[in-house]
Design a protein around this ligand. Structure first.
Ligand code: PXG
Length: 292
């Protein structure tokens, strides 16, 4: 495995950063998780755009231009010679002194890992997943903005621990108003009377690339898709429920807080979206290998 750090490649064993890096000391940095399907990077520019927006929001001056980083990302996939992969792009604040001041840091570190990821067991894609609401709330937008994909994921990790303690794989996080925000690493959708709905970003949601892709696919399949405030009751009484994310892709949800959604099997609209999504991932994206 070849890991990119600031322009050079390292083996997994040798890929190291300083213990003085503020990414480690304070979770100060930003990241992206991107998939490669069939030799093409899916939605690369959308992910890079969100990365630059996240960096700008936390006043982290990106050390590379958009085009340079796009090139480095594609190059790293090519060096690893993988046609189906998961890219983790990490920008840390860099090496600094032991104090919060980010401006003491010399220069941001750019790390690109190309590996595999399997978020949930395969059966869940066929038979659906059980999820529960957990006590840990999603950050308010006035705190760490959920729209920033920062290295500080403790909010979501606490929720993930609560889900695992409850014997399920994923947690529904509510915002401080008790309204549905998202899951720990995925966005959440419901389908009711053939209308596809997901909470608006101001509810405390990361604007998922997969979420936006699903909204587009919904339109192409002639469904109405909209952003709407959702309560737990809206989840319980939905016809269908599913989660979206680059790592998760589209996962049907069949049980929420012990309530069975419809007949307890993955819904028709969900399955149609899964098929359309798979087709899109296989036929679009930035080619990694010259002739792809
Ligand atoms: N919400 C949150 C909080 C996320 O972290 C999503 C939604 C889905 O966004 P995308 O753009 O991927 O559709 C995410 C993304 C992991 C992992 O290692 C998590 C994510 C992405 C990749 C890997 O668990 N979260």
């Amino acid at each position: 495995m070849k890991i990119y750090i600031n322009g050079t490649f390292h083996t997994k064993e040798e890929a190291k950063i300083s213990v003085y890096d503020h990414g480690l000391l304070y979770g100060d940095g930003v990241f992206e998780g991107i998939r490669v399907y069939n030799g093409r990077v899916f939605k690369l520019d959308e992910h890079l755009k969100r990365l630059y927006e996240s960096a700008n929001s936390i006043m982290l001056a990106m050390p590379m231009t958009f085009d340079e980083l796009r090139h480095a990302t594609v190059l790293t996939v090519r060096e690893n010679n993988m046609r189906d992969a998961y890219i983790r792009l990490i920008i840390t604040r860099g090496i600094g002194s032991l104090g919060l001041n980010p401006f003491s840091c010399e220069k941001p570190q750019v790390i690109i890992i190309v590996d595999k990821i399997a978020l949930y067991p395969k059966e869940m894609y066929e038979h659906g997943m059980r999820i529960v609401t957990v006590p840990t709330q999603r950050n308010m937008a006035e705190a760490i903005p959920p729209q920033v994909k920062s290295l500080n994921y403790l909010n979501n990790i606490l929720a993930k621990i609560e889900a695992i303690n409850a014997g399920v794989e994923e947690a529904i996080m509510l915002n401080s108003y008790g309204l549905v925000a998202e899951c720990t690493g995925d966005n959440i959708f419901v389908v009711k009377n053939n209308v596809i709905m997901t909470p608006p970003s101001y509810m405390g949601v990361l604007e998922g690339i997969t979420r936006n892709t699903v909204m587009e696919l919904a339109g192409q399949l002639s469904y109405t898709a909209k952003q709407r405030i959702l309560t737990r009751h809206d989840l319980f009484s939905s016809d269908e429920c599913f989660l979206t994310g680059s790592a998760a892709e589209i996962v049907p949800v069949t049980h929420v807080d012990g309530r069975t959604i419809s007949d307890g099997t993955p819904g028709y609209v969900t399955k149609q979206l899964m098929i359309a999504f798979k087709k899109l991932t296989e036929t679009t994206g930035t080619p990694v290998f010259a002739a792809a």
